[in-house]
Design a protein around this ligand. Structure first.
Ligand code: GAP
Length: 467
């Protein structure tokens, strides 16, 4: 993780938020490469979940909504984590995580209150002087308008899902969709996590991609299975190999009282196997709660059967930042490259052997690589080469994020693009001026081929846009 975090900083994927002021725990900024990576994750999701389907429409809700939304959803009453403090050194922990780290489980008493098991100590100072676990609500509070009193309290949304439920009626009335159909939303969510950790994995500000797919009551199991399979296919399409993913199927005991099924898609991060996305069958819980709290009907009228009913919902809910982190972990590779022939994986902590050169390469799938193509004139002081390279660059920029580089030997320019994860590099040389061909270099195999300028766009499109 340290090597990856250092590459992310060095190459401009991820920076600590407000770094010049010492940073702010749980908040991150995405640099030029990171913001392209995240944009590609969002676009891939939107393409597959909305654009290429007829049964899903998009929505973009405000981050701050009426506080009653969060009463109805249960977030004001129940969206809390158990927190303990060390009386000796004042360090604060999430009680369940602290117990888990010490091989124990938090005790749930019959009256619902929580207690630490015997033997739990403060990780930092080893003191046993820990407070009783107490519930800490994770929603960020703010005030709307100039008066900071109780009537002005509002919350930053802790999930995007509730906006979709609250607008269900308006979408239904305008989108000309019939059940089964879905509403998709991508946007920021905020949780005042007690213990943000594992780099960007658990942050206080993050982005969610959520689909609420409304189905006829009774069709829940079938549609839940469908969405688990669809989502696994999607992860393959962005380059996360099936072998790196697992499914965690909730037992009856683990499910929320209203849910009939939940499957988490898990990725094997360097810090453990952790959730990327949850796919839950939530019944009619959300719509019925909003119907109850708002007094507005959330029922669907089925024109075929003349029946009115509250739809049930299947909710695939993923996090852009977590998926981006999984993609970064998956892409990172250190290799030893011989003068001729294929590279071999580097051995950790060792120098490359005689005749080999070390390289770090980010093996992103072309679909999500931040920069798709880099364009190099062989020499920067030959105006004919520069003009030709610039013309090609200008043409390609209209289709993809490209990078133009004239600095240093070609080999060094290739290495820089390897670290950025750019799948294709083009070199314009003297032969280009004679016959219109140029060198296309592939990041993973490091193989080079000569192709004609006229075929360039179609050739690259086949490599980048096909998935
Ligand atoms: N509407 C359902 C919901 O919000 P969740 O499991 O709490 O479910 C869904 O969140 C996804 O949002 C998670 O799978 C994860 O990818 C992302 N997520 C949740 N909390 C996060 C955090 N603190 N930092 C980064 N991503 C987070």
């Amino acid at each position: 993780m340290d090597d990856l975090a250092s590459l992310c900083k060095r190459r401009g994927f991820i920076f600590q938020s407000s770094e010049i002021y010492g940073g702010l725990n749980g908040f991150w900024d995405y640099g030029p490469l990171g913001c392209e990576l995240k944009r590609n994750v969002r676009n891939a999701w939107w393409q597959d979940m909305v654009q290429t389907r007829e049964d899903v429409v998009g929505l973009d809700c405000s981050i701050i909504m009426h506080p009653r939304v969060w009463e109805a959803s249960g977030h004001i009453g129940g969206f809390a984590d158990p927190m303990v403090d060390c009386r000796a050194c004042k360090k604060r922990y999430r009680a369940d995580q602290l117990c888990e780290e010490q091989g124990q489980a938090l005790i749930k008493r019959e009256d619902g209150s929580l207690a630490l098991p015997e033997g739990i100590v403060c990780t930092a100072c080893k003191s046993k002087e820990l407070t009783e676990p107490r519930a800490f609500n994770l929603m960020f509070k703010t005030f709307v308008g100039p008066v900071e009193d109780a009537s002005a309290v509002a919350y930053l949304r802790p999930e995007t899902a509730q906006g979709i439920f609250a607008q269900f009626g308006n979408v239904l009335a305008t989108a000309r969709q019939k059940i089964p159909f879905g509403i998709a939303q991508i946007g920021k969510a905020f949780r005042n996590e007690i213990n943000p950790r594992n780099y960007t994995f658990r942050s206080r500000e993050f982005e969610q991609m959520e689909l609420e797919f409304f189905v006829k009551p009774g069709a829940d199991a079938e549609w839940h299975a469908y969405w688990v399979a669809e989502r696994l296919k999607w992860y393959a399409s962005i380059g996360l190999p099936a072998a790196s993913l697992t499914q965690y199927v909730y037992t009856q005991k683990e499910l929320a009282h209203y849910a009939s099924a939940c499957t988490d898609i898990m990725y094997a991060f360097p810090f453990g196997v952790q959730e990327l996305e949850g796919i839950a069958a939530r019944g009619d819980f959300d719509l019925s709660r909003h119907q109850q709290f708002s007094g507005k009907s959330m029922e669907y009228f089925d024109p075929e059967t003349n029946e009115k009913f509250l739809p049930h919902v299947i909710e695939p809910s993923g996090g852009v930042d977590r998926i981006a982190l999984a993609l970064l972990c998956n892409a990172y590779a250190e290799e030893w490259v011989p003068k001729q022939g294929p590279a071999i994986p580097a051995e950790r902590g060792k120098q490359a052997p005689e005749g080999y050169e070390a390289r770090t390469v980010m093996r992103f799938a072309p679909r999500i690589a931040p920069i798709k193509v880099a364009v190099f004139p062989l020499l920067k002081n030959k105006p004919e080469l520069v003009a030709r390279a610039r013309a090609i660059f200008g043409q390609l920029q209209r289709h993809w994020i490209c990078f133009y580089d004239t600095a240093g030997a070609i080999g060094r320019r290739y290495r820089r693009q390897d670290e950025a994860g750019t799948p294709f590099c083009l070199t314009i040389d003297f032969q280009t001026l004679e016959d219109g061909t140029l060198t296309l270099r592939h990041r993973d195999s490091m193989q080079q081929e000569r192709i004609h300028e006229k075929e360039l766009l179609a050739h690259l499109s086949g490599l980048i846009d096909a998935w």
